[in-house]
Design a protein around this ligand. Structure first.
Ligand SMILES: [Fe+2]
Ligand SMILES: [Fe+2]
Length: 316
């Protein structure tokens, strides 16, 4: 249903990050139930309209990189992805990305059935939108790097434009982090090398994680969106603390792709009580009206609709 000037997006993706799953029910920092938090995110995914065509997880999938955590991750995510069937009959594609907490051998074996300790770079085709999973991890370290072979491989991939362009999905986002200065200690090194590779290509967006809060920027003229975590989050405005991780404010980000732009929307995970709203039957009624009738009903301040909507004397 098109109510305004814009048609529906060409693609819808859900961008999740940093689930940090732990094996055996261990709680992160003794508090955060990372599996429960991920379940909450997945539950929200089930109710999205349009249905996401891809679930992009930008790294730190397993907190300690153990195989059992990856197995559990698949058990939790894959049934949801299989149920997310779009109008084209295709289920949602799952795009995994390596993070600094992940271990390549376990990641490769458990998620892809391949024995490898090489960088885990992969190309996904999401209905003509190319999503490149780039492995910025460095074995044994928390900062990020892309080696010469990876950059050369990426340049080769990008040499041929994709029908709807390309999104890069990586863990260490190539952006300054003024709200969390300590993040610079474990940032992606030598970012200019990546900038040189993507200059002039069809890369339309970069999706990152690692920071555990939502932030946006640009890199080499390309929009960058960093999704928050589903586990603990970093408080971007801590009081009297240099770094503060909290059990709250978890979120993922919706990515709606249009022919000429991308719209990102943060979806909070914590429960919040509804205080006003309408059901889907209202949408059906609106669809039956003309454009002028809809304006009179929704925009005119003294319309019957707004008389109810703006009545704050009692909950509905
Ligand atoms: Fe993380
Ligand atoms: Fe990380």
């Amino acid at each position: 249903m098109q109510l305004g000037q814009y048609p529906a997006p060409t693609h819808t993706l859900a961008h999740l990050s940093d689930p940090h799953l732990l094996d055996g029910g261990v709680r992160q920092y003794g508090v955060v139930d990372t599996e429960a938090r991920l379940r909450r995110a997945l539950e929200r995914l089930r109710h999205l309209d349009p249905v996401p065509q891809a679930l992009v997880f930008t790294g730190d999938l397993a907190d300690l990189g153990d195989p059992a955590a990856y197995t559990r991750l698949r058990e939790l995510v894959e049934p949801v992805a299989a149920d997310l069937v779009g109008p084209d009959g295709c289920a949602a594609e799952v795009v995994w990305v390596m993070g600094n907490h992940d271990e390549r051998a376990a990641y490769s074996r458990t998620l892809y059935g391949a024995e490898s300790t090489r960088p885990q770079d992969r190309v996904h085709d999401v209905a003509g939108l190319r999503v490149v999973a780039l492995d910025t991890s460095v074995p044994g370290y928390h900062h990020g790097e892309l080696d010469e072979d990876q950059l050369s491989w990426l340049a080769d991939v990008l040499a041929t434009p994709a029908e709807h362009g390309t999104l890069l999905a990586l863990h260490h986002p190539p952006v300054p982090v003024p709200a969390l200065p300590a993040a610079a200690l474990i940032e992606l090194a030598d970012q200019h090398l990546l900038a040189e590779v993507i200059a002039g290509t069809d890369v339309r967006g970069i999706l990152g994680g690692h920071l555990h809060f939502t932030t946006f920027s640009t890199f080499a003229g390309v929009p960058v969106s960093v999704a928050s975590a589903s586990c603990y989050t970093s408080d971007p405005a801590p009081v009297g603390r240099f770094i503060s991780g909290v059990d709250g404010n978890q979120a993922f980000t919706l990515v709606h792709v249009y022919d000429d732009r991308i719209v990102q929307t943060v979806v909070p995970l914590p429960e919040a009580p509804e205080v006003t709203g309408y059901g889907h039957d209202a949408a059906e009624q609106l669809a039956a009206l003309s454009r002028e009738e809809r304006r009179e009903l929704l925009s005119r301040k003294d319309s019957p609709f707004n008389a109810v909507w703006e009545d704050h004397t009692s909950p509905r």
